[in-house]
Design a protein around this ligand. Structure first.
Ligand code: NAD
Length: 425
């Protein structure tokens, strides 16, 4: 099929390269000139395993990128909207990007034969039918279900393994405006070896929020038990291993630590909480999930301050700032709150991260950055591990030997040395 993709971020680019692997012809569109220029030159603007290789393989052949939305949509049969849906300061979903993309798309549909528009951005229930469809109808002068098709197809990929997840999904959810739209989209997923669930559009929208909220809840749950374990001198990882052996629970997302971050969990749980409240209900459980997660990053500071009461002028080495390993994404990463607090306490912060330092430097231009973990540790009074990068797993006693004091605190359980202390273990 000929596909256009509006928005070329983590999701859009992975979707684009993924569909190219599945033998489709793809044109990605973005409004960010720098991003488009970079991709055109064969460089992925985001770090994601496999994207660079995919670009090399398909660019100029079955994959293209452009600023020209009109051309991309005109030359395709189906368009995926993958634009951001961030949080407003009060937690409400910001639908500004989605509205603009729908307007731009709608105008092109005016002169097109039947075309299917797929919302892949994460949106609260009702958004596709109450915002996207009316905008498309107004701009195109056509009726949804007749002049064009509409689907909502949530994306479940994880950053750090985005392309792999896109190509090997647990399930594909197709929320369909009508049967014809759903059939059209299902054809595109025919050669994916997975289960396909066809639902109403609103169900598809909510499946994404309910899934993310459930996973976020598992993490906050593990952290609550973890904070209790810390008081009792119990290793929460041992506890969660036993808990996760129950097939009804599963061991996934039970890793206690400094809390969840990233571009999805915090904003999605907040948006769902806001939306539930709009209906006059009280999302007590989800509000607790968020509250626990707000407080969790500071647990590492509490432990640090028990060891060094006054942080002023102390060298604090921070290993890992990405919100999780294998990504350069720092959006809502716990590292941001932790570094802010260290700076407030007037500590000297030295950061090393294998991929995320460029992004972190934009937020914190004045702290020190190091090009290796070893160098960052040199002369440090304390070391905080905030991301479980594989390369930190191999750090040994010798690597820490250049520290001024051996205070090593893990926010993620990863080290194999005796001298460390964990945030919940
Ligand atoms: P992103 O910020 O990395 O990328 C979005 C891109 O859209 C940017 O490059 C931006 O310039 C572009 N854009 C904005 N308005 C545009 C317009 N009118 N026309 C063309 N391009 C436009 O975002 P992302 O992380 O890829 O997320 C996109 C959506 O997918 C969000 O709704 C997010 O919640 C959802 N999602 C994200 C993930 C994830 O892990 N990142 C996973 C599943 C779902």
């Amino acid at each position: 099929m000929r596909i256009s993709i509006i928005g070329t971020g983590y999701v859009g680019l992975s979707t684009g390269i993924g569909f190219a692997y599945k033998k489709n012809t793809v044109t990605c569109v973005d409004v960010d000139k720098e991003k488009v220029k970079k991709i055109k030159s064969g460089v992925s603007p985001v770090y994601e395993p496999g994207l660079q290789e995919g670009l090399k393989r398909f660019l100029g052949k079955s994959f293209d990128v452009t600023l020209d939305l009109e051309r991309a949509v005109k030359e395709s049969e189906i368009s995926f909207i993958c634009v951001p849906t961030p949080s407003l300061p009060d937690g409400k979903i910001d639908l500004g990007f989605l509205k603009q993309a729908s307007k731009d798309l709608g105008k092109v549909l005016r002169e097109k034969d039947y075309h299917v528009v797929v919302v892949k951005s994460t949106v609260v229930p009702g958004t596709t039918e109450n915002l996207v469809v009316p905008v498309l109808e107004k701009e195109s002068g056509k009726k949804a279900g007749k002049g064009f098709g509409v689907c909502m197809n949530p994306e479940f990929l994880r950053e750090g393994s985005a392309l792999k997840d896109f190509l090997n999904p647990d399930r594909v959810v197709i929320g369909e405006y009508d049967k014809r739209s759903g059939d059209f989209l299902e054809k595109l997923y025919k050669n994916f070896k997975t289960q396909i669930l066809r639902t109403s559009i609103k169900s598809a929208e909510l499946i994404k929020y309910a899934s993310n909220s459930f996973l976020a809840m598992k993490i906050s749950f593990a952290n609550e038990i973890g904070n209790f374990c810390k008081k009792l001198g119990i290793d929460v990882y041992e506890v969660m291993k036993g808990v996760g052996m129950d097939f009804r629970i599963s061991p996934k997302f039970l890793n206690a630590g400094i809390g969840f971050g990233g571009s999805c969990f915090p904003k999605d749980v907040k948006a769902l909480v806001y939306r539930i409240k709009e209906e006059g209900l009280k999302p007590a459980l989800l509000e607790s999930v968020l509250k626990l997660n707000e407080e969790q990053p500071m647990k590492i500071i509490e432990i640090l301050k028990k060891r060094i009461r006054n942080l002023k002028g102390k060298n604090i080495c921070v290993l890992g700032v990405a919100f999780k390993p294998d990504t350069d994404d720092i959006r809502e990463a716990p590292s941001i709150k932790i570094v802010k607090r260290l700076l407030k306490e007037k500590a000297n912060v030295i950061v090393y991260d294998p991929k995320a330092m460029e992004n972190f430097r934009r937020l914190f231009p004045r702290i020190e950055y190091s090009d290796s973990a070893r160098k960052a540790l040199n002369g440090a009074d304390a070391c905080l591990i905030l991301t479980e990068w594989n390369e930190f797993k191999n750090l040994n006693k010798k690597d820490f030997s250049s520290m001024r004091r051996k205070i090593i605190i893990e926010g993620r359980k990863i080290l194999n040395i005796k001298e460390k202390e964990g945030v919940c273990w």
